[in-house]
Design a protein around this ligand. Structure first.
Ligand SMILES: *Cc1c(COP(=O)(O)O)cnc(C)c1O
Length: 422
């Protein structure tokens, strides 16, 4: 086999992997009809027919309700907005605490800060990379109002244990399902287990309308409050005679008819796109399982929809640091990322501005920090329009790197990489 691409050899993979949305005729036809109608948004912030949006939006919400067999769906213009209406609908406000994982996209925690509440970060498990139920109770105080669960990378969190803790302490459970539409915990869709589930339709998610999102709930009070926060609620609560909601501060989180039109076509393709992801990820997991020191997701009785394929690298078994290994993969033309995101509490917002609100010291979530600094790597190649042949390129690149382990180790020793001094 030729020299490692990292050391000047030829790449395994010469054509780039693609990362575009799967847009078909249905979206094009619907968008074109909306444009022809001249009504690009159906919303008005007034009591009456248009308080709940236009025809496309309502059709989209009905589609979502049917899929999840749930009473209410509320479409919004991002999952960040969806998380914010969820936190606000639960009545979470200044000084309240919400327990949240530090290993997530920033908005899971920012939605709490937006309500002037306090994110309390609780560590993850190394196997699922989601909140560790065994650590949550130690973080509960008299001010705790909710647990924000994130089903990271399409992998359901340990909901049975988390829901039990929430019931015992009378806490809301908000599920951030931005990376897990269609994933199931046992036989139930994630997003339907807690009080509210929130999903994203941004460009990088499984299905997309560019920017968008939606929340789902069984609870009519929470649904109304979310609808009020979505659409300038403070301007309509009097006309609604909704005295219990006079505290509502509304925003403009309204989804346009264009986005809703795209979302309908996309949502109808969700199961197809997920089964494609699952097929490729399971294929790749099987092929990669021969490599010593690479720990891959294991199948269980949940449905993991593989938003990305995460894996852990054990340096003592592979011989090089994860960062070196990922560099070698990228050089071979295989898109991989090292570490996902920095633990959220290490961002300047928490280190500089919010540092007096709670404990945000380095070291508070050691498992998450180890995943970020040492072990976790991930790839987003297991998806449409890729095929098993594309997955074979990934396996070839691993083979090549393992066959050149000594050279890679020498490269690591000779280059003065910062991680060697950590
Ligand atoms: C993408 C994402 C969000 C935010 O989604 P937007 O629609 O971009 O606002 C929130 N949480 C997680 C876990 C995400 O991956």
């Amino acid at each position: 086999m030729s020299k490692l691409a990292l050391l000047g050899g030829e790449k395994i993979r010469k054509t780039p992997f693609v990362s575009n949305a799967c847009i078909k005729d249905e979206e094009k036809k619907r968008v074109s009809a909306v444009l022809d109608s001249g009504m690009l948004s159906g919303f008005v912030a007034k009591k009456g027919d248009f308080f709940l949006g236009g025809a496309q939006l309502r059709e989209f919400e009905a589609l979502v309700q049917g899929y999840f067999s749930i009473e209410y769906a509320i479409a919004v213009n991002s999952a960040t907005a969806g998380l914010h209406i969820a936190v606000a609908a639960c009545g979470i406000g200044a000084g309240d605490e919400v327990i949240v994982t530090p290993y997530t996209m920033s908005a899971s925690a920012t939605a709490i800060v937006m309500q002037k509440a306090i994110p309390v970060f609780s560590d993850i498990t190394e196997n699922r990379l989601c909140l560790d139920p065994a650590r949550i109770e130690k973080k509960i105080t008299s001010r705790t109002k909710a647990i924000m669960v994130v089903h990271l990378f399409g992998w359901p969190a340990e909901m049975h244990e988390i829901l039990n803790i929430a019931r015992k302490h009378n806490l809301f459970v908000i599920e951030d399902c931005a990376q897990a539409p269609g994933a199931k915990y046992k036989d139930k869709f994630v997003g339907t287990l807690g009080h509210i589930g929130v999903f994203s339709l941004n460009q990088h998610k499984t299905i997309t309308c560019g920017e968008g999102g939606f929340a789902i709930t069984k609870n009519s009070d929470l649904a109304l409050r979310m609808q009020l926060v979505r659409n300038h609620g403070e301007a309509v609560v009097e006309d609604f005679g909704s005295e219990e909601n006079y505290d509502i501060v509304g925003y403009n989180y309204r989804m346009t008819e264009l986005e809703a039109a795209v979302s309908i076509g996309q949502f109808r393709r969700l199961d197809y796109l997920n089964s494609h992801r699952i097929e490729l990820a399971e294929y790749l997991i099987e092929k990669l399982s021969k490599f010593k020191g690479i720990i891959l997701p294991r199948k269980d009785d949940n449905t993991n929809v593989y938003f990305v394929l995460p894996m852990r690298l054990k340096r003592e078994l592979v011989g090089v640091h994860r960062d070196t290994f990922v560099k070698a993969l990228i050089a071979e033309g295989i898109p991989f990322a090292a570490g996902y995101v920095k633990p959220i509490y290490l961002a300047p917002l928490y280190q500089k501005t919010l540092k007096d609100k709670s404990v945000y010291d380095k070291g508070i979530c050691p498992v998450c920090e180890r995943m970020y600094e040492e072990e976790l790597m991930l790839t987003g190649v297991c998806k449409y329009p890729h095929t098993k042949e594309d997955m074979d390129c990934v396996v070839e690149a691993f083979d090549k790197i393992y066959n050149h382990a000594e050279e890679l180790k020498r490269f690591e020793d000779e280059s003065c990489c910062s991680y060697r001094r950590r």
